[in-house]
Design a protein around this ligand. Structure first.
Ligand SMILES: Cc1cc2nc3c(=O)[nH]c(=O)nc-3n(C[C@H](O)[C@H](O)[C@H](O)COP(=O)(O)OP(=O)(O)OC[C@H]3O[C@@H](n4cnc5c(N)ncnc54)[C@H](O)[C@@H]3O)c2cc1C
Ligand SMILES: *[C@@H]1O[C@H](CO)[C@@H](O)[C@H](O)[C@H]1NC(C)=O
Ligand SMILES: *[C@@H]1O[C@H](CO)[C@@H](O)[C@H](O)[C@H]1NC(C)=O
Length: 220
């Protein structure tokens, strides 16, 4: 008899309840982990004004919350280009934020209350999969989970992996995220990137926005 009720044995009885409690805790953890992805880390008043950003854990280590005047959710590269141009022209500070904001440091904060968050939440499309060249072209808000699934569709797999599925391609590249393998080039995600298309603020002559492509030359 492992956990039966026995009035003559107080210790055994206590152990029974402790075991039940522990089982319940384990169940709760598993339940939370598998059933609900974290909420959007950005919260705003009236849709997209007076926004706050927290980390995926609901708070940054110093318990502060970052603020911005508003948030933009571009859905295409063209929209992103015009958002960056407009904000640059207005002299505003901007920061890229992601679907779950997994960094523990306050990397996504702008200056005080007047900045702009540009979220990559809806820049989550796979542009192209090329099985022959073994490449995937994705928008920067694609999550690690999506990346693995898209690669599998064309029979490819990643030889490297940071730990968490909710990281985005842009976030991983921004912080040099890595796994722990020494196989091949090692396990830093950006070492497997062959080309980047980058949108950044520009001068008046550029129309306040620049779109640049960089290609890695593996032969040099
Ligand atoms: C549970 C957990 C496990 C983790 N495991 C690992 C691990 O195994 N290995 C590891 O190396 N790291 C790990 N990390 C850290 C994680 O890889 C980094 O914090 C990563 O940057 C988070 O990515 P994100 O997409 O949430 O980006 P965010 O945290 O939202 O952003 C990170 C930075 O990138 C910038 N950024 C994001 N997208 C773009 C873009 N499109 N263009 C320009 N800038 C952009 C943001 O402005 C910000 O400065 C882990 C984190 C967690 C919470
Ligand atoms: C937004 O914030 C500003 C300054 O903090 C405040 O004056 C204004 O009332 C807020 N707007 C809304 C709609 O909450
Ligand atoms: C992109 O994210 C949005 C918001 O969560 C979701 O509705 C949509 O299905 C996603 N698109 C793709 C291609 O995964």
């Amino acid at each position: 008899m492992a956990f039966g009720y026995s009035p003559s044995n107080v210790y055994q009885n206590a152990a029974f309840w402790r075991t039940l409690l522990e089982l319940h805790c384990i169940f709760t953890l598993v339940y939370t982990a598998f059933s609900s992805p974290p909420e959007d880390p950005i919260k705003c008043v009236l849709g997209n004004m007076n926004c706050t950003l927290t980390s995926t854990y609901g708070a940054f280590p110093d318990r502060s919350t970052c603020r911005a005047a508003n948030v933009a959710y571009p859905t295409t590269e063209a929209e992103l280009v015009s958002i960056v141009a407009e904000a640059t022209k207005a002299g505003r500070r901007m920061r890229v934020t992601t679907r779950y904001s997994h960094s523990i440091p306050k990397l996504g904060c702008t200056d005080g209350k007047d900045g702009l968050f540009i979220s990559t939440k809806f820049l989550n499309h796979t542009v192209r999969a090329n099985a022959k060249a073994m490449t995937l072209t994705v928008e920067s808000g694609v999550t690690f989970r999506q990346l693995i699934a898209e690669a599998a569709k064309v029979g490819l797999a990643l030889p490297y992996a940071p730990y968490w599925w909710g990281l985005t391609v842009g976030g991983m590249m921004g912080t040099g995220a890595h796994g722990s393998s020494l196989w091949g080039k090692g396990s830093t995600v950006h070492d497997y990137v062959t080309e980047i298309r980058m949108i950044s603020p520009g001068s008046m002559n550029d129309g306040f926005v620049k779109v640049k492509s960089f290609k890695r030359d593996y032969n040099s």
